[in-house]
Design a protein around this ligand. Sequence first.
Ligand SMILES: *Cc1c(COP(=O)(O)O)cnc(C)c1O
Length: 230
Amino acid sequence: MVRENMEDVKERIRVACGRAGRPQSDVTLIAVSKTKPLEFVREAYEAGARDFGENKVQDLLDRIDALPSDIRWHMIGHLQRNKVKYIIGKVAMIHSVDSLRLAEEISRESVKHQVDTDILIEVNVAGEESKFGVSVEEAPRLAEEISRMPAVHVRGLMTIAPFVENAEENRQYFRKLKQLSVDIERKNIDNVNMTALSMGMTGDYSVAIEEGATCVRVGTGIFGERGPWH
Ligand SMILES: *Cc1c(COP(=O)(O)O)cnc(C)c1O
């Protein structure tokens, strides 16, 4: 089932790229394997997936140990400062940086481990109470502040759009995040680039790609439904 789903998702990505006049190589599919059994993750790996996303530090660590070392792991969930030390040097990207203090901790641990860490700034574009992320207004300043820190590099922006029935309702937020990334890029901040735009999930990744997503994070569409508690 996972293999068929992956093929289906890749086809939809291809179609969305075609509609947007973008090469398919622009878009990285991140398979969000959270809460799913290891054999599902292996199946996705065997079907060609190399980018996986997890939202909990312990699950991330367990899976890194259990799965092939050529996987690029993405931390996509809310990250507590006291857990940063466990994942530094092990993840390709941290998508969920939403405060100065978290970035400082990532910088400190990266220096200590002598590695460079790529991060995205998480933006709560829709201003939902229940969501993490900085506001559109705060994001440029946070990028500037992080730019002065050693061993940590802002590579773009991430957002989790609202849960909606009709994906078109989220187009406005994807467009807004894209515009924000263009605005920040124009500031030419040293050590900051806006290469990555991580937006779009199972319900709305086609729309996100049309609006410029470079990473889509797809869980349900590949691995099936999760319980309502996740
Ligand atoms: C769970 C999760 C996803 C995947 O959600 P689906 O709707 O199952 O595709 C994407 N991004 C984040 C941050 C998540 O926590």
